[in-house]
Design a protein around this ligand. Structure first.
Ligand SMILES: Nc1ncnc2c1ncn2[C@@H]1O[C@H](COP(=O)(O)OP(=O)(O)OP(=O)(O)O)[C@@H](O)[C@H]1O
Ligand SMILES: CC(C)(CO)[C@@H](O)C(=O)NCCC(=O)O
Length: 394
């Protein structure tokens, strides 16, 4: 007989919980070889941010409550009661999705993020909550699912069920869009500050479309059907580049600060425009005078450098990175003969400047033939998608 240790008791409880509730009835995934599954978590561990999606089942019956492992109960309470965790963990309460179905249950999806650089502290916190005693498995995607696999095993006795980041991204997008009628939108009149507004877009018949995922780096995927896509391109000049350069140039210390600075700046003090070169438009090739001809092109002048503000530098950095991504997106869309481009990734978080720029650039340079689309849960699709795939994997 197994010794009566705490670990064995928890194991036994979780076994009892499973057999009492049954896989089909409650939708908990089957127990894996490694022990208890952490049933409702999906984690996307990226180069900058770790995204954690938690599904809270509705109407937990008294029997289920009784048989739920004490530690899981505590974790659930901790996550739901708080909207910030330590100094750097945040729950995006405005993105919460209520009454959505998952594996035969209805419940609430919660969206949590923290910097990947805090992974060590996250593991210490998870350990302090008793996770290591569960011998559990969690669904994970993103590069960190590979990079941190051994740390999860060593620090919290947790096995990672790994899923590909782009499979997860696409599955997550399809699921979230299907369950949130206002998920997809575009920017109408993106250059007119007064008239500009978000408009709902029906993405129920999406194929083919292009995904431009702007994370630390940028990946471009062409999606032809629910299980048919390819990664057509990518660039290392992405969200990480914006934040890195902005910190270097302005001394700012966070993404939020960088965006706030950019919102108060003027990139034309930093960039060289077509009119700085031509004195007006370059009519023959349709280049308007206010188009950026050379990003940061004024900064070779000592005099100009002495006059620019941190805000101007932040704005110029944002515009440079965004326009470059827009240009790559347009070329990919042209090459793949696709006219709808969905921009996602946390670079677009609290960042209407970039969204409007992308909306305008896609429309202008394609003569109105291409459309830039955006999704409310911009950075969370990988985490949702890997949570959805758990059954298939186990
Ligand atoms: N609070 C934040 N802290 C840091 N970066 C943020 C924050 N909010 C938005 N960002 C932006 O989002 C980017 C990261 O986006 P995202 O989480 O989609 O990518 P990732 O998964 O970390 O990267 P990759 O997919 O390349 O591994 C950052 O580079 C930054 O530009
Ligand atoms: C490495 C990944 C896929 C990690 O998500 C992403 O950061 C990326 O697509 N970077 C750009 C790599 C490239 O130059 O294609």
């Amino acid at each position: 007989m197994a010794p009566r240790t705490f670990k064995n008791r928890v194991r036994k409880q979780s076994k009892m919980a499973e057999s009492a509730m049954g896989e089909v009835v409650n939708g908990f995934p089957a127990e894996t070889e490694s022990g208890t599954p952490m049933p409702w978590f999906g984690m996307d561990i990226g180069g900058t941010l770790c995204k954690l999606v938690y599904f809270e089942p509705k109407n937990i019956s008294p029997d289920e409550l009784d048989s739920e492992v004490e530690i899981l109960k505590k974790i659930r309470k901790y996550l739901i009661k708080n909207s910030s965790y330590g100094k750097t963990g945040h729950r995006d309460t405005h993105l919460q999705m209520d009454n959505v179905p998952l594996r035969g249950r209805k419940g609430t999806l919660h969206f949590i993020r923290f910097p990947t650089s805090e992974m060590g502290n996250f593991l210490i916190l998870a350990r302090s909550k008793g996770i290591a005693t569960l011998v559990s498995t969690v669904c994970a995607t993103g590069g960190g699912a590979y990079k941190f696999e051994n740390d999860f095993k060593k620090e919290v006795n947790m096995k990672l069920a790994k899923f590909d980041e782009f499979d997860s991204l696409i599955k997550g997008m399809q699921y979230v869009d299907a369950h949130n009628p206002t998920e997809c939108y575009y920017w109408a009149e993106p250059t007119d500050e007064k008239k500009c507004c978000k408009m709902n877009y029906d993405l129920s018949n999406p194929y083919p479309f292009l995904i431009v995922n702007i994370g630390s780096g940028v990946s471009v995927l062409a999606v032809y059907g629910p299980n048919n896509y390819k990664r057509v391109s990518g660039t290392s000049i992405g969200g990480g580049t914006f934040l890195g350069l902005c910190c270097l140039l302005t001394g700012c210390n966070s993404f939020e600060e960088a965006i706030e600075l950019a919102a108060g700046g003027d990139n034309t003090h930093v960039d060289k425009l077509v009119r700085d070169i031509y004195g007006g438009d370059y009519q023959r090739f349709g280049l308007p005078g206010d188009l950026v001809a050379s990003s940061f092109g004024q900064m070779n002048s000592r005099d100009r450098r002495s006059k620019v503000s941190r805000e101007d530098l932040a704005k110029a950095t944002l515009v440079t990175i965004t326009n470059n991504i827009g240009s790559i997106a347009r070329m990919c869309a042209l090459q793949e003969k696709i006219d709808r481009v969905v921009f996602i990734g946390n670079f677009l978080r609290v960042n209407p400047i970039s969204m409007k720029l992308l909306a305008y650039a896609m429309d202008y340079w394609s003569n109105g033939t291409m459309k830039a689309l955006f999704l409310e849960h911009e950075g969370y699709f990988g985490a949702v998608g890997c949570l959805l795939q758990f059954n298939e994997h186990s």
